[in-house]
Design a protein around this ligand. Structure first.
Ligand SMILES: [Cu+2]
Length: 138
């Protein structure tokens, strides 16, 4: 009986590991640069924007470079997602950025539509212009 239990636990552990590896392999990686001139950049995009599927798992890899000013806690930019229609924040998508590269494992919003990414850190005189389009498709 004890052996059965141990085998069962081992099998459960292995299958959980396999499932998590599969999920990881499927996760799309989105790389963003939060740049020193208070703008978001995405390699290969002139007019940067992000499109995701409803509920899609995404890994955001954000590199932040300091502009002129920063928050007291050391955050130099943020990556904050708002619904375009009412400017309300999307839970779990208010990411404070420290200098360097950080990764965030997130799930796309469950509601399709237009969203806005913006920076909530007063990072320079151009801070107000630090935003980009974010679209959630069904
Ligand atoms: Cu900023």
């Amino acid at each position: 009986m004890a052996l059965f239990k141990r085998l069962f636990l081992a099998a459960t552990a292995i299958s959980l590991l396999l499932v998590s590896l599969l999920v990881k392999a499927e996760t799309r990686v989105i790389e963003v640069l939060a740049d020193k001139d208070s703008s978001y950049r995405i390699a290969g995009q002139k007019n940067p924007g992000i499109t995701v599927k409803v509920g899609e798992p995404v890994l955001l890899r954000i590199t932040a470079k300091k502009a002129k000013t920063m928050n007291r806690d050391g955050s130099i930019h943020s990556f904050t997602l708002l619904r375009a229609k009412d400017r309300s924040r999307v839970e779990g998508w208010d990411l404070m950025l420290k200098p360097g590269t950080q990764e965030f494992q997130l799930t796309a919003p469950t509601e399709p539509g237009e969203y806005v990414v913006l920076c909530t850190v007063i990072c320079s005189d151009d801070h107000e212009s630090m935003h980009m389009k974010f679209t959630v498709v069904p």
